[in-house]
Structure formats: structure tokens, C-alpha cells
Design a protein around this ligand. Structure first.
Ligand code: 13P
Length: 250
């Protein structure tokens, strides 16, 4: 089995370059731990150069988004070529916080294509807003996967892709998803990916979980069958991030 994956989504934190420098430097103390797994740090774009230097040799740089075209004239956009020049290896795409700003599955699909074209690994985020007794969240996830992966039909491209399941109702909360519910959803996602890409390719796509992951729930969530985690808040606390990495290593 390939190494477990840990991706820090710093979102819009910390609030200054000096603090980003210090946070990334503090991870260095546990470099050997982060090297045992596949670690990515996704800082705000403005902090990338500094963070990239500080994590060199034990973690990879990731971006929290990618523009769907470029190079070109797109004021304000961070195009794939610019991300590559910083050394970005993976892009979080379709995060629910971007979808909440109006990003559609169609745009997500274009971004995945752009990432693949530029040699950046896309991490496609899917997740339902809420759950109900009728299980409509399964259909919602099927649709998000189908439409977001519209541009990825080739089996060899499927091998370069990661999926993060992040139920929106479990992000930024005190409690993560119930591990049993997570396990059911992972089986469902695998089935949808098998329908799209075939069994062999689908089996190779790592499934990551995000949504209130912390050191107290990481073991149970890992046991539910995930290949890694995408923590938000816990990635800003070096001790919590280290403890999650330790659980992934065991
Ligand atoms: P929290 O871990 O803070 O719930 O954030 C999860 C997330 O959105 C990661 O992408």
C-alpha cells in the first residue's frame, strides 16, 4: 500500500508572513515523521515562497485552489504556471468554501483538467451540505463526482487524482463524522469511481477525509478506511498536526 497522506489546509491563516514562517519552521522539528508519510502544506499563496523553503525535504507544497486557464491575462487569478513556479505539487480543487462562493461542478472540472495538464496533482473535494433520513447525500455525492470528473475520462489520468470527502456539516465543528458513516460513504465513492473509471483505476485513487479531524478522532476515522486526512484547524497547531501524523504512521 502507498504511504498515508496528510494535507494541511491553512485556509487564510496565519495572519502574517512572520507567523507563517514560524509555523512552517516549527514543523521541521518533526521532519523525519512527516517524511514517513506523504505530507503537503497548503498555505495562502502570498506565503508560499517562505513556507516552501521551510518545508523543503520533508513536505510538499500544495495550493488551496488553481485557476482553470493560463498563462494569460486574468487579473487576480493564480494560474497553474505560477503555482508550478513555486513548486506546487498538489492543488485542492472544489473545496466547499469555494463552492459556497459560487464555484460550480463545471468550473471544478475545468480546474481539474488544468491541473492535470500542468502536471499538478488534483485533490478533488466533494461533500454534502447536510444529511437526511432518506439518504439523498449519496446521490448528491454521485452527482458531484460525475460532473467534477467530466474532464477526466482517461484511466491514466485517474491514476493522478485524489479525492477528499469533506461533508460540509462536519467542517469547523466540535465533532467529525461518525466513523461508520464515513466507512459507508467511502464504499459508495469507490463504487461511483469504479463506474466512471473501471475497477483497476478506481482502486488506485486515494480517498482522503476532511472535517474536524483532530488527534482524538483520527485513529477511529483512519480505521474507517481512509488513505489520509485534510485537516484545517488542526493543521495550524503543530502539536495536533504532529499527533495526527503519528497516528497515520503507526
Ligand atoms: P476543519 O478541520 O477546521 O474542520 O477544516 C476542514 C477543512 O475544511 C479542510 O479542508
Amino acid at each position: 500500500m502507498s504511504k498515508p497522506i496528510l494535507i494541511a489546509n491553512w485556509k487564510n491563516h496565519p495572519e502574517s508572513l512572520a507567523k507563517a514562517a514560524s509555523l512552517s519552521l516549527s514543523l521541521k522539528k518533526n521532519a523525519s515523521l512527516y517524511k514517513q508519510i506523504t505530507t503537503f502544506i497548503a498555505p495562502p499563496v502570498a506565503f508560499m515562497e517562505t513556507v516552501s523553503k521551510n518545508i523543503k525535504g520533508f513536505a510538499n507544497l500544495a495550493s488551496q485552489d488553481i485557476f482553470f486557464a493560463g498563462p494569460g491575462t486574468y487579473t487576480g487569478a493564480v494560474t497553474p504556471d505560477i503555482l508550478k513556479s513555486f513548486g506546487v505539487k498538489l492543488s485542492i480543487i472544489g473545496h466547499s468554501e469555494r463552492r459556497a462562493l459560487g464555484e460550480t461542478n463545471e468550473v471544478v472540472s475545468e480546474k481539474i483538467k488544468a491541473a492535470l495538464k500542468s502536471g499538478i496533482t488534483p485533490l478533488l473535494c466533494v461533500g454534502e451540505l447536510e444529511r437526511d433520513e432518506g439518504g439523498t447525500h449519496f446521490e448528491f455525492i454521485r452527482e458531484q463526482l460525475r460532473l467534477s470528473l467530466e474532464g477526466v475520462r482517461r484511466k491514466d489520468d485517474a491514476g493522478k487524482l485524489l479525492i477528499a470527502y469533506e461533508p460540509v456539516w462536519a467542517i469547523g465543528k466540535a465533532k467529525a463524522i461518525d466513523p461508520e458513516d464515513l466507512s459507508q460513504m467511502l464504499i459508495f465513492i469507490k463504487k461511483v469511481l469504479t463506474d466512471i473509471f473501471g475497477r483497476e483505476a478506481a482502486d488506485k485513487i486515494p480517498l482522503i477525509y476532511g472535517g474536524s479531524v483532530d488527534p482524538t478522532n483520527a485513529q477511529a476515522l483512519l480505521d474507517a478506511g481512509v488513505d489520509g486526512f485534510l485537516p484545517g484547524r488542526a493543521s495550524l497547531d503543530p502539536k495536533a498536526f504532529h499527533d495526527i501524523a503519528n497516528i497515520l504512521c503507526a
